[in-house]
Design a protein around this ligand. Sequence first.
Ligand code: FRU
Length: 317
Amino acid sequence: MKKARIAAIILLIAMIIPAVVFAGGQTEAKSGDDVYTIGMSQCNLGEPWRVQMNADVKAEADKYDNIKVIFKDAQNDTLKQRSHVEEFISAEVDLLIISPKEAQPLTGPVSQAMAAGIPVIVLDRAVVGDDYTQFIGADNVIIGKAAGEWAVETFGGKGAKVVELMGLQTSPPGQDRHNGFVNALKGSDLEVIFEADVKWLEPNARKEMESALSRFDKIDLVYGHNDPATHGAYLAAKAAGREGEIMFIGIDALPHEGIAYVKDGILNATFQYPTGGDVAIQQALKIFAGESVDKKIVLGSRLFSTENVDAGGVPLN
Ligand code: FRU
């Protein structure tokens, strides 16, 4: 009796041990081989649009058990962003997503990641050349051109005076939003009488608009390269009691920012600039699966104006 009991216990133990070892081995294989780490280098989180981009990345990544995203915020400091990329390279992340502050200084670090065998998705602001895996972003020339066409349609034949508050001119979206706009104005009687690089920042825009207001008695339109810039200009005009004589257009169209401004009658129009955060994660999954991906993905934009905002805007491309 006693012997039989001992034999039964030994048999039980013999059955349990391999099961535990096997299960342990399986778990290890899953967390070791199948979980991919993505480094997300964000140039700043001081602007609502970038907070939204990170939220979009996170929401999409959270749908998958096998993706882990590490976020780094460079606080609008190019040197800090360069170090962040280097840290991600040393940590041997499986993929890098970068939304660079400026093109030129971040080009080298992106190339270094590529040379280390880390695929790179460049999001929203470009780098120089094409040493990366994929670029994802909306077309800023199309957006700038649409803003110019809106202005010409709205003011054509009336000789409007325009203030342009530009995004950082060492970042490609700032250059493209300017070029698209001025090209669309060519041949019209609209004239840019004041322009300034406000570096995407609302306080800078407010200050520049104050000096524009003090220099010019007649301002018909403010074109800000993002909604915070346009909002800063609106506040300056309101403080001077002149907001009623000026139209205001911006870019980004976040639901709780630009679109809300249009609904509240602060902005006359805003052009959507999608963050692409969700698309970046979907593309990362394809890269992990060994699929080839397009070198460039152009995201669609929409125009939201006083007339169409309640109906959801109209597409530009
Ligand atoms: C935020 C932001 C957005 C703008 C984008 C351009 O930093 O300025 O408002 O659309 O960057 O890269």
